[in-house]
Design a binder for this molecule. Structure first.
Ligand code: URA
Length: 262
């Protein structure tokens, strides 16, 4: 994949120094040499453990089955299915274009998201926005092809940013499934251990799940690190960039398949 100067500048901004092909076809490296790092460590924030190793049952449509956008928004806002409803300021439904080609799935709202009602508005959100801009996507664009829909596995903040509990994830998944069904994205980018392991019913660390195409509700899903993890482990931004490139390629392949279908 080739990137123009603007995109390269953005990549440098997010701290990714990648290999660029040069005109004579010989690869050149802008990245300073770094020690190869074992990335099997869970992509979690300090004080958070990865989800339980026991995978949950297969996802089911549940309470949100068949709802349209307004009904789904209302159902999320009114949800009292788990104790998180008692401690939240507000639910965080998700943001973006309802027909976005890309869907980003994070973990759960933090303090700032709980206050503002929008996912990824803190520091990790700024990094996420930069990552998306580097591949030509933005939360503000009018066209679905350049837009994203950003959602979390949990719609309510776990108090004190504690770990999401398995029953909370199970209760909330129906909303995410319906969001995926309504958006019908070409690609899902799942960020961080909690989101990834919950969606894929896996206990494998992010480092072992990334680099290949999974499926969630029939949609191709790419695994990558959580922006909060990348802020603490900038050396892994290069791997996150590889994940973004894989997602771009996969989304393009999905588009080609859907347009060539009879
Ligand atoms: N981290 C997440 O996973 N989601 C948010 O909305 C904010 C931080």
């Amino acid at each position: 994949m080739r990137w123009d100067e603007r995109q390269r500048a953005m990549l440098r901004e997010i701290g990714v120094h990648a290999w660029w092909p040069v005109d004579d076809g010989v690869a050149t490296e802008e990245r300073p040499a770094v020690e190869a790092r074992e990335d099997a460590a869970p992509a979690i924030v300090p004080g958070r453990e990865p989800p339980p190793a026991v995978p949950r049952a297969a996802a089911e449509p549940g309470v949100a089955a068949g709802l349209d956008w307004p009904a789904l928004r209302a159902a999320v806002a009114a949800c009292t299915a788990c104790p998180l409803s008692g401690s939240r300021r507000q639910t965080v439904f998700g943001v973006g274009h309802e027909q976005a080609h890309w869907m980003i799935v994070g973990e759960a709202p933090g303090e700032q998201e709980d206050r503002e009602g929008e996912p990824f508005v803190g520091k990790s959100g700024q990094l996420l926005d930069n990552m998306l801009r580097a591949i030509g996507l933005t939360r503000g664009a009018a066209e679905p092809a350049r837009q994203v829909f950003i959602a979390n596995t949990l719609k309510c903040r776990p108090p004190g940013n504690r770990n999401p509990a398995p029953d909370e994830l199970a209760q909330c998944e129906s909303f995410l499934i319906r969001q995926v069904q309504l958006v019908q994205p070409r690609i899902i980018l799942a960020m961080g251990a909690f989101a990834v392991q919950s969606l894929l019913r896996s206990s494998e660390p992010v480092g072992r799940l990334r680099g290949r195409v999974h499926r969630y509700q029939g949609v191709p899903l790419i695994v990558t690190y959580h922006p909060a993890y990348l802020l603490r482990n900038p050396v892994d931004k290069a791997k996150a960039w590889d994940d973004l490139c894989l997602a771009v390629e996969t989304a393009a392949a999905t588009a080609a398949t859907s347009t060539s279908a009879p």
